[in-house]
Design a protein. Structure first.
Length: 83
């Protein structure tokens, strides 16, 4: 996934006031830290997101992105389901 696409996707998640569920399937692709941290910020700041699913089969993810996503999930006040 390119940074342009990933950042735009994260902005859409963050700016939505009614999005309740979000699933991202990253099969055999990489996620850069730019995309990963933008997505983490979006997940953490979303007021409406109740369910977040990230599927990374064969996906490259750095420790920076993984840590940012884990912290975002922990700090989210709206998430009920995380897979």
């Amino acid at each position: 996934m390119s940074d342009t696409t990933g950042t735009a996707l994260a902005q859409a998640v963050q700016s939505s006031t009614s999005l309740q569920s979000f699933t991202l399937n990253c099969f055999s692709t990489g996620m850069s830290d730019t995309t990963g941290t933008a997505l983490a910020q979006a997940v953490q700041s979303s007021a409406s997101l109740q369910s977040f699913e990230l599927v990374c089969a064969g996906c490259g993810m750095s420790d920076t992105t993984g840590t940012a996503l884990a912290q975002a999930v922990q700090r989210s006040t709206s998430l009920l389901v995380i897979t």
